[in-house]
Design a protein around this ligand. Sequence first.
Ligand code: B12
Length: 445
Amino acid sequence: MKILLINTPRSPFNGILQYAPEEAKPFIHKKLIGPPLGLLTLAAAVKDYEVIVFDTKAEYDLFPDTPELKKLVEKLIIEHQPDIVGTTVITSELYYGKEILQTVKSINPNITTIIGGQYVNIRLEECYDKDIDIAIQGHGGQKLREISLAKEKGMSLKNIPGIHINNGVGFEKTQGVEKAWDAAGENFIMPDRKLLERWRQAYRVQSAPSPTTYLYTSLGCPFKCTFCSIWKENCGAYYKRNIHSIIEELISIDYDIVRFADANTIVDISFIDELFSQIEKHGIKKEYIMDIRADVAVNNPKLIEKLAKNGLKVVICGFESYKEAELNKYNKSSSASYIEQAIELFHDNGIMLRGNYVIPTNYTPEDFKAMSDYAGQHKVAYAGYTVLTPMPGTDYYDEVKNDIIDKDLRKYNFFNAVLPTYLPLEEFYREVGSLWLIRKGKDVI
Ligand code: B12
């Protein structure tokens, strides 16, 4: 039994980059770089079989002459002759996930095609395609195992509880009691990063001395921001991993830079405090990147100091807005006053800060001027300014869905306006693009 897990390419749609002033373009994200941790985790769950993970994002980054997606997938199928092909999709990548699995079926209809990931969790019906045999919601390790076993033994997949099987017009959920699968707890399986060795150099952020790998210490998020789909996907649940398991993973990792792929790394103060005590005790010397809320940092300066002492180098902070009214509307549960204090705290601890703001499409020239004045007075090493986007499945989507003018999901990556803009569209993008010039750092992270 051979299982091929293909990471989708990233969507190239980026209105901000397209219309930004030339001098701002070098600072705007053209790509986010990181290994596909979800697929690596799945590969670990079926490691008794032959598993190949193929990262198309990294392949296109490292080898720009790589053929277009259809040709690339054809080549992979002919070369590996898999029995099962799976792919993972977030909103902006659904289109590419479907293209991958359609190509698989066009070459060999006997291959079982499976789709999973964030968008499947949120909008199962939209993921339907005649060429997709199965959709899996949630953390799919156990189900992928059961599918592989059934296929190996020639048994019907209908006997596997809780999977969504293509019935010709849609997905139909199979009956029966699903086995519990605690992806952060007892069912956590150590990912094997060697499966991604081919692309190691692709996971190097521009000026970084070495490549970065990802690791999660938790899944889900207890906060309920209106523009975010993570808490919706996990029904508000938040799960922590076992500290010993995280330490074991850190020790096993042969990367010097580790990005914690949590929605928010510091949620439980004593958990992170203990994790970093253990990192210190075990003499683990790595550099860390993590997402931390401004309010949490400001309220826990001693913890930030301890993290910095033990390797925390870069923090990504969702500032979202400097206006209290907007933060309240987003249900951010924080105050703009924390931004200034967080900047000072991180800088005092020698931590590079990436502060991200989301820009609503109804911003007027006055709003842009005020935003730019504020950001100019509160400069961070790296700042990101993306478009407030109604991601399907979020509260914000429900609020504005009737106003949406662009339904092409490839544009739902926070770099495009899909709602009407107050300014003419190109001018809006130019304004957002210009904001990227307000920063201290000289490169992109
Ligand atoms: C790591 C990460 C990335 C990485 C790697 C992603 C990849 N596949 O290559 C990188 C840095 C490349 C990335 C990029 C982007 N990301 Co991102 N990313 C994350 C992050 C922080 C963690 C995801 C993760 O690894 N989780 C842990 C793993 C174990 O879980 P998982 O991926 O969900 O996989 C499990 C299940 O879903 C399921 N499953 C998943 N796939 C499949 C497939 C099959 C076949 C099966 C059976 C099961 C299955 O089983 C897996 C194992 O248990 C999340 C936020 C979060 N904390 O969830 C955002 C997140 C997924 N990203 C997001 C976004 C928006 C982006 C970008 C569009 C950002 C941007 N503006 O550029 C880009 C897209 C690509 C690009 N432009 O480069 C959003 C998606 C929102 C949405 N509604 O679409 C999220 C939710 C962040 C947020 N707060 O909104 N991202």
